[in-house]
Design a protein around this ligand. Structure first.
Ligand SMILES: *[C@@H]1O[C@H](CO)[C@@H](O)[C@H](O)[C@H]1NC(C)=O
Ligand SMILES: *[C@@H]1O[C@H](CO)[C@@H](O)[C@H](O)[C@H]1NC(C)=O
Ligand SMILES: *[C@@H]1O[C@H](CO)[C@@H](O)[C@H](O)[C@H]1NC(C)=O
Ligand SMILES: *[C@@H]1O[C@H](CO)[C@@H](O)[C@H](O)[C@H]1NC(C)=O
Length: 458
């Protein structure tokens, strides 16, 4: 059975570190946390750092900005025993959350924040202490408050945030992305309410921000299923690389009493959302405890599996191309807008998921090695105008791309020349409009992909 195969992979990963690490370091209730958890959990005591808005020279002006972020910490998506308490861990964060809750109840804030009718029934802030499957935690909301605050201070002097700037804030249709968007808006836009008397949170239709009929079709869901099949086949190949361990797999899977995972990433998800990020002791089975080193290895194994499947699975590449298209297209639209009217400025915010960021990371060719993207991860597109152009310049608009504060511009797959470390915007427009879909899907448009998939299903 296919599900069994997936379980085998998960179990394999578990077994692998169980045997090869043998460390009983299961308590996280100490002053420091292991690097892997600091990375994945984004604990609130860690500072947000990043090079957003940091361009090498003063003669670049920021005209366009797109920020796609993952929601903050949430409980696991799958049921696995009793969930821990979700109260913020540190006193200072409990107080911050109380302050945040009060803010969301203020009339000034609720008038400032215009909410799409789709979200009308959703509370602005998550529960203070109750964990529930797939829901944002109090710390998760605070992560986005912290991120919005950091990015506002980075961008406030950049020139892109003024009263004429067109702001478009889209939110994927989930409670956790909505509450994350509210948190981000409270610290990024609300302090600038003199410039922006109101911010509208619009509900997107999909996790990849396709809101029109021309960027998706029912066949795309079919692609997702094919990808899962491919993934399972690749998982089988993956298992064969560890032949010595295969006999132990079934036994361990049974002992671990984990819910059946549909995808190895779900294992990581449970370990983080239920234990590591809640600072709970890691679980033990028959005297053997999950170790932090083990989780690091599991994450590494999962990451290399994802990378391998992307290079081998055409359905996944096609799916990722389709899912990258709306955000890339919107950045290209921003660039086109500025070309038409030099004075225009745009800010696009996308409140999404790890599965929003991952397709973009792959299609842009960023060298990201750790998956999934941690909570509150951000992918940022900055569009700059060069103010002292010379006739030899390849373009007068430039793109800069950052992931979690790290400048990845020089690794953009489609960019062959760079000016002051920036990518000429016309290279990006060409990629986004006419190269990306053919390169990864073999078709020129989403509708052609849909036609192909229809034919292949007959
Ligand atoms: C998430 O939280 C809301 C209330 O904040 C609750 O209505 C909903 O049932 C929760 N989701 C789950 C899966 O428990
Ligand atoms: C899809 O339609 C929207 C609205 O009509 C338009 O802005 C967008 O550029 C279209 N996208 C494609 C790929 O044609
Ligand atoms: C990707 O990044 C890793 C470190 O994160 C580095 O070791 C590796 O050389 C990089 N590879 C490429 C092709 O840039
Ligand atoms: C970009 O690629 C180079 C190698 O081509 C690598 O050394 C560098 O680490 C990459 N940058 C990032 C941010 O991964």
């Amino acid at each position: 059975m296919k599900r069994n195969r997936i379980l085998l992979v998960v179990a394999l990963v578990l077994i692998y570190w169980w045997f090869f690490t043998g460390n009983d370091d299961s308590s996280l209730n100490k002053a420091y946390a292991p690097a892997i958890f600091i990375y994945f959990c984004q604990y609130l005591e860690e500072l947000v750092i990043g090079n957003e808005a940091k361009v090498p020279k003063a003669d670049y002006k920021l005209k366009g900005l797109a920020i796609a972020f993952r929601h903050g910490e949430r409980s696991p998506l799958i049921e696995n025993g009793v969930l821990p308490d979700c109260t913020a861990y540190h006193d200072v964060d409990r107080r911050s959350f109380s302050d945040y809750e009060s803010l969301t109840e203020q009339v000034e804030f609720t008038q400032f924040l215009q909410v799409d009718p789709y979200f009308k029934k959703v509370e602005l802030a998550p529960q203070r202490s109750k964990c529930s499957i797939g829901n944002l935690t109090a710390e998760g909301a605070l992560q986005l408050v912290k991120l919005g605050d950091f990015l506002r201070t980075q961008y406030v002097e950049s020139g892109v945030l003024d009263a004429s700037t067109v702001v478009d804030f889209q939110v994927s249709p989930y409670r956790r992305t909505f509450q994350s968007a509210v948190a981000f808006a409270s610290s990024f836009f609300f302090p600038l309410r003199q410039l922006y008397p109101e911010i509208i949170l619009q509900a997107a239709k999909t996790t990849y921000f396709c809101n029109e009929d021309n960027c998706t079709c029912p066949q795309i869901e079919g692609l997702r299923k094919v990808f899962h099949q491919d993934f399972q086949e690749r998982s089988a190949i993956y298992i064969r690389r560890y032949p010595d361990l295969s006999t132990e797999l079934q036994a361990f899977a049974k002992a671990s009493k984990m819910a059946p995972f549909k995808h190895p990433l779900e294992f990581i998800d449970v370990v983080l959302g239920q234990y590591a990020c809640r600072r709970q002791p890691l679980p033990c089975f028959e005297g053997k405890c999950i170790s932090t080193e083990g989780i690091a290895e599991a994450s590494e194994a999962v990451s290399s599996l994802v990378r391998e499947v992307f290079s081998l699975s055409k359905p996944l590449r096609t799916l990722y191309a389709v899912e990258s298209y709306p955000i890339l297209n919107s950045v290209a639209n921003t660039i086109a807008e500025i070309r038409k009217d030099r004075t225009s400025k745009r800010v696009n915010i996308f409140s999404g998921h790890d599965i929003t960021l991952m397709p973009l990371e792959f299609t842009l060719g960023l060298n990201i090695t750790a998956f999934p993207p941690p909570y509150a991860s951000r992918l940022v597109f900055e569009v700059y105008e060069k103010t002292d152009q010379t006739t030899s310049d390849v373009d007068w608009l430039f793109l800069r791309v950052l992931y979690n504060g790290v400048d990845h511009t020089t690794n953009l797959s489609f960019c062959k020349t760079f000016v002051d470390g920036l990518c000429p915007a016309n290279a990006f427009e060409k990629f986004a409009r006419s190269e990306m879909l053919p390169t990864f899907s073999g078709e020129a448009s989403v509708s052609a992909i849909c036609e192909r998939e229809k034919r292949s299903n007959i």
